[in-house]
Design a protein around this ligand. Structure first.
Ligand code: PLP
Length: 467
């Protein structure tokens, strides 16, 4: 220090003060008897986190990064339907919580946790728990579907089955034949903005198959999607002759069929008709799930398809989520093996049949004579059409103000929506509330139809179709 002070021509105390400051700011460190050393530069001070921009700026940042989702279906909240509201609801086409066999399923879960832990506490096969697949194979054989276990893949519901099937079969520029109206979730899962959707119109008398004749020579269709048993939304069951014709056309045109049988077990007037899969095993991919039998919250379903298709789907399933929840598969396997599914179905069929009949009787009594509907032999909904100028979307708003909810038919069309239909599901409410809800809708229809004839406010809506 003395040396440095001399060189710089300053007092030694000044040099000592400068060194103390350097040490205090971490730039040097001193060791008694060894001297003072320049400190290694430490890590740079971390950059200050950016100030969070306002939500609109966040949306502007992310917006351009997303892939094109223009083909998505709008969700139900867009209709202002809030889950858990106190209204009388004809919206859910799924079993209500009070019909869920919680005690039985809990015993099955306990058993799995006591006795089958080795089977579930691991990563399992992507195509599903072998014992559940074996059960399904036996069960499906009672419906005329002859499949082996390597023709079955367990999925996270029908919804995932459709997603995997699209990934395996449908690419940009391909076409897809679908019933119109149909389940909107299928439209979203099976098609994208680069896929052409061709419609198979669904009329009062069933499916219109004439479109197959017009396909000649320019067939880019990769799949025909249909719900032969208790179609969503119309509730219709495809007659045997139509099933045979559909299979014959598809086979002639070499177009595979995707048969969605999610409602198949909910039949109230004798067994359902033979599945398409039983009529043409090599041509049909068959999907089903526990969602409508027990509850959609379980998320367990299946695909039954020819071996090459399952092989492809297994690879895609692995990439998507490795496997469907093994614990739930094992619990449902127990549930089925103890014959509890069979007993549960007997019970819910009785309940749903009574609710269907209460709805039908109330419609007869309270809806205007021009209302057209058919008693479905299964499923969870009745499809009601009113006069051609009627607008069910507008009517929904009036109904909601009066404590009743339903789905306007227009949300089920992917092309040329019809606005004069309502889907009334009878799953969620008991007979008394069904009667009360339909009485309310009936009297609103009377008042508002009369007023609308004067105001012409029920004529076709002045807005773009939902999808
Ligand atoms: C015709 C149809 N298929 C599939 C699904 C979805 O089934 P999952 O719950 O098995 O995915 C629904 C749900 O409402 C449906 O109506």
């Amino acid at each position: 220090m003395r040396e440095l002070a001399r060189k710089l021509g300053v007092n030694r105390i000044t040099v000592e003060a400068a060194f103390s400051r350097l040490e205090a700011s971490g730039l040097v460190h001193s060791h008694v008897g060894r001297g003072t050393f320049v400190a290694h530069p430490g890590p740079e001070a971390p950059p200050k986190p950016p100030v969070t921009p306002d939500p609109e700026a966040v949306a502007r940042f992310w917006g351009p990064l997303f892939v094109d989702l223009r083909s998505s279906t709008p969700t139900m909240p867009a209709l202002g339907i809030k889950p858990g509201s106190k209204s009388i609801s004809f919206v859910p086409a799924a079993p209500p919580p009070d019909l869920f066999p919680a005690a039985d399923l809990r015993r099955c879960m306990d058993f799995v946790l006591k006795r089958r832990v080795a089977e579930i506490a691991r990563v399992g096969p992507s195509d599903g728990l072998p014992s559940l697949k074996a059960y399904l194979v036996r069960w499906l054989s009672q419906h005329g579907i002859a499949a082996s276990e390597d023709e079955v893949l367990i999925t996270t519901g029908c919804q995932q089955a459709m997603d995997l099937i699209r990934k395996a079969l449908i690419g940009p520029g391909d076409a897809l034949l679908m019933e119109n109206p149909t389940y909107p979730g299928a439209v979203t899962a099976l098609s994208s903005s680069h896929v052409e959707r061709l419609e198979l119109p669904v009329h009062d008398r069933g499916l219109d198959l004439r479109v197959f004749q017009s396909l000649n020579g320019r067939n880019r269709s990769k799949l025909v999607y249909c719900v032969p048993n208790f179609q969503n939304p119309t509730g219709g069951a495809m007659p045997l002759e139509a099933r045979q014709q559909l299979v014959a056309y598809a086979s002639q045109m070499r177009i595979p069929i995707l048969e969605d049988d999610v409602f198949g077990e909910l039949h109230y007037n004798g067994a359902a008709l033979p599945p398409l899969k039983s009529l043409a095993p090599h041509l049909v991919i068959y999907i089903g799930s526990f969602s409508k039998m027990l509850t959609p919250g379980l998320r367990v379903g299946w695909v039954v398809a020819p071996r090459p298709v399952i092989k492809q789907l297994r690879v895609l399933k692995q990439a998507t989520d490795l496997q469907t929840n093994l614990f739930m598969q094992a619990a449902l396997d127990e549930f089925c093996r103890r014959d509890l599914l069979h007993h549960h179905l007997k019970r819910v069929r009785r309940v749903f049949m009574r609710r269907r009949d209460a709805l039908a009787e109330s419609l007869r009594r309270h809806f205007p004579p021009e209302a057209r509907w058919q008693l479905p032999s299964g499923g969870l909904s009745i499809w009601v059409s009113l006069h051609p100028g009627f607008n069910a979307e507008q009517f929904l708003r009036v109904a909601q103000e009066n404590g009743v909810e339903f789905l306007p038919g227009s949300v089920f069309y992917f092309r040329s929506p019809m606005y004069n239909s309502l889907r009334l599901s009878f799953a969620a409410e008991d007979e008394a509330r069904i009667q009360e809800g339909i009485r309310t809708l009936g009297s609103l229809l009377q008042t508002h139809s009369a007023r609308s004839r004067d105001l012409e406010s029920w004529l076709d809506p002045p807005r773009a179709p939902i999808m």
